[in-house]
Design a protein around this ligand. Structure first.
Ligand code: AMP
Length: 210
């Protein structure tokens, strides 16, 4: 299964990618997580990416295409993968199209804009392993502490209200058109985002079966 998830920030793509990755036994490649890891490590890529991310803008296509192209040649991707956060522009989608990788399905998770803002502003991220939690929808067992590694939880810089607005604008302008692109290819699967993570997973699995 070679799967892409295209959804607005806060629609639950990272959370659902993690769950379906276990379900199908294939890795999730999250371009956002790769960039955040590079920022944390202070690499050249991290230094470049930081300013774009903090402004709610997209990192340039050529950089992202290069990262994903390399990552997909690694051994663990042989039996399939889930791309979470790539492609995010038509340019990126076309570059993927031109490679010899055949994508089976593209999943989109539809969530109302109001809900998205509420979700993003309550989101918490582990400063150590990057796991995602939420003040209401996915509370950690111990307040402020990551269930997976014990690291401390914080709000992502790009989950501040003014950056959320910019990220949503970027999504509508640059990423949402990808849904049409993949619908025309006949591989788009639409799932309705629900209130709970479990109910959304049920919708996602149903959408992927069709
Ligand atoms: P995410 O964790 O997927 O919400 O990504 C966080 C941020 O990383 C985005 O708002 C972008 O600034 C950047 N980013 C992640 N993936 C891409 C991509 N495919 N193209 C450009 N920028 C990206």
């Amino acid at each position: 299964m070679k799967l892409i998830i295209v959804a607005a920030p806060g629609a639950g793509k990272g959370t659902q990618a993690e769950i379906i990755s276990k379900h199908f036994g294939i890795p999730t490649i999250s371009t956002g997580a790769i960039l955040r890891h590079n920022i944390k490590e202070g690499t050249e890529l991290g230094k470049i990416a930081q300013n774009y991310i903090n402004d709610g803008k997209l990192v340039p296509d050529d950089i992202m295409i290069d990262i994903v192209r390399k990552r997909l040649t690694e051994d663990d991707c042989k039996n399939g993968f889930i791309l979470d956060g790539f492609p995010r522009t038509l340019n990126q989608a076309e570059a993927l199209d031109k490679s010899d990788i055949n994508i089976d399905k593209v999943l989109t998770i539809e969530v109302e804009e109001e809900k998205i803002v509420e979700r993003l502003s309550g989101r918490l991220e582990c400063s150590s392993c990057g796991s995602s939690f939420h003040k209401i929808y996915r509370t950690p067992k111990v307040d402020g502490v990551c269930d997976n590694c014990g690291g401390s939880l914080r709000t992502r810089k790009d989950d501040q209200p003014d950056v959320i607005r910019d990220r949503l604008e970027t999504y509508h302008k640059q990423t949402a058109p990808l849904k049409d692109f993949y619908e025309k290819k006949g591989i788009l699967c639409v799932a309705e985002g629900k209130e709970s993570i479990e109910d959304t997973t049920a919708e996602v699995l149903k959408a992927l079966e069709n």
